[in-house]
Design a protein around this ligand. Structure first.
Ligand code: HEM
Length: 388
């Protein structure tokens, strides 16, 4: 599966897994099971007592010393964190960020709109989620490039070199923790109008408040969880639309269809591949999974599972309902989904308003990667230059 030839289009392989090998075994990273059917992955999500989220990734470590909160905390302890965090990530707290986020997107598009061309990943999909994260946190934007570098090191490591990856992850993880620790210390002394202060003060029905360490771990996860994910969905989606102008026209003609289109493009390419650890023997597809076994949830394969979606191999931009698993399911379902959807909607609205005739220039190619988060490395676009 690590073969680069699958990076451009892993879906034929995913389809084969679903049909012929729903419980596969992969040798890398110490060996792990691979699940690809929607029902199986849903079963794992719904049974956290059998499938622990700690560690969550395959490979396991992203540069942090402790379990990531709340991602790697199993129920029942996990519920304590979600009770505290849910109000801070609900529509009431996220929707008011819309104007600020739109201004950030406008600024990024302003930088290339008059050229009539851009490299979408480097000029928009990559920088925007970092800036959105800083807005969410209530921190200044100057440090955005530094955050981007650290997050990239942690998520991607050194491609093709597992040992160097571990070292780079540890180094950048430490740099991030140090940066965050200073802010948490400052806010412990004196509260401000930012998310760290809100986290330090948050409590649910008289339960204990979060410790400084917990706040630190949560902020670390928010950065890791929110950047590459949103970047991937943005660039996967725009890449598909760049190659399907007749479908794209529907969004240009009626921007109110954008939210459904985003859900469908997330079904089409569900980029996150979480992992689980088996806590006790469990039988799947006639095989016994044993305590300590690792399981990879090949979420990307679930969106095209025809037992779940009619015409699963066709993008239907106004598909509704659409119960895709791109945001996961069960206890750990994405905490940042409101923010992610808002970010995605704003970018889609602004792109289709300001540069609606974008396309990949002749002779150029979209370059994609597989890895822990499936996404796009290179998405060159040309369009009619604009001024507004
Ligand atoms: C389109 C973008 C995004 C996608 C596709 C996505 C996907 C996911 C998925 C699949 C999970 C579940 C992982 C598992 O069960 O192991 C998850 C969890 C999580 N996501 Fe997202 N995510 C996105 C954006 C964000 C953003 C913007 C944030 C916050 C700033 C965020 C914060 C989190 C957190 C904190 C969790 C852990 C929740 C828990 O364990 O209770 N995500 N996300």
């Amino acid at each position: 599966m690590d073969d680069p030839k699958h990076a451009q289009d892993p879906y034929p392989l995913y389809g084969k897994f679903r049909q012929e090998c729903p419980l596969g075994w992969a040798e890398g990273h110490g060996g792990y099971w691979v699940l690809s059917r929607y029902d199986d992955i849903r079963f794992v999500y719904d049974n956290p007592e059998i499938f622990s989220s700690h560690p969550n990734g395959i490979p396991a470590n992203l540069g942090q010393d402790r379990p990531m909160i709340p991602l790697e905390i199993d129920p029942p302890d996990h519920a304590y964190y979600r009770r505290i965090l849910a109000p801070l990530f609900g529509p009431g707290r996220i929707n008011p960020l819309e104007d600020q986020l739109r201004a950030l997107v406008t600024e990024l598009i302003d930088d290339f709109i008059e050229k009539g061309s851009c490299e979408f990943v480097a000029e928009l999909a990559n920088p925007f989620p970092t800036r959105a994260f800083l807005s969410l946190m209530g921190w200044p934007l100057e440090d955005a490039p530094m955050f981007l570098q650290w997050a990239d090191d942690i998520i991607r490591g050194v491609p093709g070199d597992p040992e160097a990856s571990m070292a780079r992850r540890a180094e950048s993880g430490l740099a991030l923790y140090t940066y965050f620790a200073e802010i948490v210390d400052t806010r412990t002394e004196q509260r401000g109008d930012d998310l760290v202060s809100a986290l330090l003060d948050a409590s649910f029905a008289g339960e204990r408040k979060l410790s400084q360490f917990e706040v630190l771990d949560i902020v670390f996860l928010l950065l890791i969880a929110g950047l590459d994910t949103t970047k991937s969905v943005l660039s996967n989606g725009i890449a598909w639309l760049a190659e399907h102008p007749e479908e794209r026209q529907k969004l240009i003609d009626d921007p109110s269809t954008i939210p459904l289109a985003i859900e469908e493009l997330m079904r089409w390419e569900s980029p996150i591949i979480p992992g689980r650890r088996v806590t006790r023997e469990v039988e799947m597809h006639g095989t016994t999974l044993r305590e300590g076994d690792r399981v990879m949830l090949l979420t990307g394969a679930t969106g095209r599972d025809s037992t779940q979606f009619e015409n699963a191999d066709t993008v239907i931009l106004d598909r509704h309902p659409n119960h895709h698993l791109a945001f996961g399911a069960g206890a750990h379902r994405c905490l940042g989904s409101h923010l992610a959807r808002l970010e995605l909607r704003i970018v889609f609205e602004e792109i289709h308003r300001r540069m609606p005739d974008y396309r990949v220039p002749d002779g150029e190619q979209i370059v994609r990667h597989l890895g822990g988060v499936r996404g796009v490395d290179h998405l060159p676009l040309v369009f009619t230059p604009g001024t507004t």
